[in-house]
Design a protein around this ligand. Structure first.
Ligand SMILES: Nc1nc2c(c(=O)[nH]1)N[C@H]1C(S)=C(S)[C@@H](COP(=O)(O)O)O[C@H]1N2
Ligand SMILES: [Mo]
Length: 314
């Protein structure tokens, strides 16, 4: 039985999306779960129920002291071309997107291929990660995600020694996604990472933000977040993950290869062919701020690219 997002939410929420939205700001996601999952009932040492979203956002800034963007900004200014190329229209067009049932098929060059449903994904130990998201268009936001390292999932399926890259794919469903009827792009949306990038601790699969399950416009029910790369690498509504031997071609590389490359590491010194990447507009701020190499995660990720010419491998 298919369930519309705006009606009853998946088993893991035990609450309708409408009630849920009504409660936004009054209750935390943790307290909305069945009583057995209430955070105050969870023993301090070994949490009985791991399958709950982070109860609440504790910090109001990222590690650089930048304030979080508001839930409203994050949920109403979106790039999701399957629904619209107009950022402020995505939320409305995506509101009835069906996110349950949902599965993510993980296969290719792995020892133990597995199809994960949402309950399976919820069983990974969830963490809150406050990350900057820097879109290649020159704007950025600070977002408190809930999710788990992609590495945790990859370790379960055990990539073979031939696996060098990870290919991720968005759902293909033109009936629900009007943008997929456009022949400008080769649908479905696909993105890729080198295996070591995918295994990096900063790389997560997100299922929530601000302690609430993802809304469709944010890539529900599960999307990639890889914070040192341009926003387009952060593929939404994933149904398939394949371990492969060769570097894959993403939707954006296929569309405009001279503008978008595989690595897409945030780099203020490598301009887009049509604009500078030296500065960015933080949503909610008036003046532009300087863009940071690797989006401010240089210390964590620079070692992945030792010896590589970052201006060639854009
Ligand atoms: N499937 C899919 N994933 C996608 C996109 C898209 O159009 N389709 N847009 C990308 C771009 S360009 C950006 S900047 C981020 C935006 O994420 P947000 O809307 O949650 O801020 O999603 C990325 N993931
Ligand atoms: Mo983007």
């Amino acid at each position: 039985m298919k369930t519309r997002n705006s009606e009853i939410t998946p088993e893991y929420l035990y609450l309708s999306r409408r009630e849920f939205l009504k409660s936004v700001g009054m209750l935390t996601a943790g307290s909305l779960l069945v009583s057995a999952c209430r955070s105050e009932d969870i023993p301090s040492k070994e949490p009985e129920v791991k399958a709950s979203l982070t109860p609440q956002t504790v910090s109001s800034t990222d590690e650089l002291g930048d304030p979080l963007n508001s839930y409203e900004d994050i949920s109403n200014y979106n790039n999701y071309y399957e629904f619209s190329t107009d950022k402020t229209s995505v939320a409305g067009l995506a509101q009835d997107f069906i996110i349950s049932p949902w599965t993510v098929a993980v296969g290719g060059l792995v020892h133990y291929p597995k199809t994960y449903d949402l309950d399976d994904l919820m069983k990974f130990a969830q963490e809150e990660r406050i990350y900057r998201l820097r879109c290649v268009e020159g704007w950025s936001m600070v977002i408190p995600w809930t999710g788990f390292p992609l590495a945790a999932l990859l370790k379960e399926v055990e990539p073979t020694s031939d696996a060098k890259y990870v290919l991720l794919e968005t759902i293909y469903d033109p009936e629900q996604m009007p943008g997929q009827n456009s022949s400008w792009y080769q649908w479905p949306y696909v993105e890729g990472l080198r295996l070591d990038e995918a295994m990096h601790d900063l790389t997560i699969l997100a299922i929530g933000l601000y302690g609430k399950p993802l809304l469709p416009q944010s890539g529900a029910p599960v999307r990639l977040v890889v914070p040192w790369k341009y926003g387009f690498k952060n593929i939404k509504s994933i149904v398939k993950i394949d371990l492969i031997a060769e570097q894959p071609t993403s939707l954006w590389m296929a569309a405009t290869p001279h503008e978008y490359g595989f690595y897409a590491n945030v780099n203020p010194e490598v301009p887009h062919p049509r604009w500078s990447q030296a500065t960015e507009r933080r949503i909610g701020e008036l003046s532009r701020r300087p863009t940071l190499l690797f989006n401010g995660y240089e210390e964590e990720v620079a070692a992945l690219y030792e010896g590589m010419n970052l201006s060639v491998n854009f």
